[in-house]
Design a protein around this ligand. Structure first.
Ligand SMILES: [Zn+2]
Ligand SMILES: [Zn+2]
Length: 320
């Protein structure tokens, strides 16, 4: 599965909240070990990662009443920075629609990878029907798809584990010697550039290839019609029978920005509830890269609210 290694594999961990986590497809919950507030190990983590999460009391997750809405922080992994979004791989996006009963006949792969495959990238494990004559459509109705062809068996990654789960850095030990400060900065620059370039590319591809997103949950489908697997659990509405509600996807549904608070000084005091209106937010990838030394891209500066002067807590109390 290494060929899907994201361009953005960063050897650092950031604190993230546990309550935002979603179940994966078919309701399998991923398990996380709680870290009792200990600082992340490793030199890089010590250098770049604030030792505690923020203290803004906006947790609405399970048990948050007992915590007075403080978050309960655990060590984050790559999948907390880049939220994994998977979709079914379709040999023929214009072929038969996936039914609930046939859903295991299809691989689940990162939605961005599926989009690239449909747009022409070839992976031997995930073949794609390449047509020589165009599909003829009348409105939304397919007049001529060149017939149905027999679809190849799914590849299914080892042990049926998801590719993204295999790539998760949670609990991984980074044996490599720590990077020098200048190498770290270069890596951060490269990562940020890659992130912006992938978002730009996906945005362009989505103009040509249709991507659907469920209006009730985080399911994404690359293809013209959505699918009929009844796995929508966001709202347990009996009347919908687990059916997804398909709409045209927007970029942030395919690549969730996963906004985090921007820390102007990672070594400064933790962010506080009283000052929250002075803080800015940016995508987690951007924040990690900036903390690792990357230059802040112009387009993210307004979100970081760098022009706002943050008062000290005493002052804020007087104002409030
Ligand atoms: Zn929380
Ligand atoms: Zn859904």
């Amino acid at each position: 599965g290494t060929r899907f290694l994201p361009l953005l594999l960063l050897p650092w961990l950031i604190p993230v909240e546990i309550n935002r986590r979603r179940s994966t497809v078919d309701g399998r919950f991923r398990r996380y070990r709680l870290v009792a507030g200990g600082p992340p190990s490793g030199q890089l983590a010590d250098r770049y990662i604030p030792p505690v999460g923020h203290q803004i009391q906006d947790c609405r997750g399970t048990g948050s009443e007992q915590r007075r809405s403080y978050h309960s922080w655990v060590k984050g992994s790559i999948n907390d920075v880049l939220i994994p979004i998977e979709s079914y791989h379709l040999f023929d996006p214009f072929g038969r629609r996936i039914k609930h009963e046939t859903r295991f006949d299809y691989d689940r792969i990162p939605a961005v990878v599926e989009l690239c495959i449909q747009a022409g990238v070839d992976f031997p494990e995930y073949p794609s029907r390449r047509r020589t004559s165009p599909i003829r459509m009348l409105g939304k109705k397919v007049i001529d798809r060149g017939g149905y062809v027999e679809e190849p068996k799914p590849h299914l990654s080892e042990n049926c584990r998801s590719l993204l789960a295999e790539l998760d850095t949670y609990g991984a030990h980074f044996e490599q010697p720590p990077l020098s400060a200048s190498d770290t900065r270069r890596l951060a620059e490269r990562t940020l550039k890659a992130y912006c370039s992938v978002r730009r590319g996906v945005r362009q591809l989505m103009k040509k290839y249709s991507v659907k997103a469920c209006g009730y949950c985080s399911e994404v489908h690359v293809g013209p019609w959505g699918h009929n697997a009844k796995l929508c659990g966001a709202f347990k509405h009996q009347w919908r029978d687990g059916k997804h509600g398909w709409q045209d996807a927007i970029l942030d549904e395919v690549i969730p920005p996963n906004y985090v608070w921007h820390l102007r000084d990672p070594h400064g005091p933790p962010l506080r509830t009283a000052l929250r209106r002075y803080y800015g937010k940016v995508p987690a990838v951007v924040e990690v890269c900036v903390q690792a030394g990357a230059v802040i891209p112009e387009s993210y500066k307004p979100m970081m609210r760098l022009d706002i002067i943050i008062p000290d807590t005493e002052e804020a109390r007087l104002v409030a």
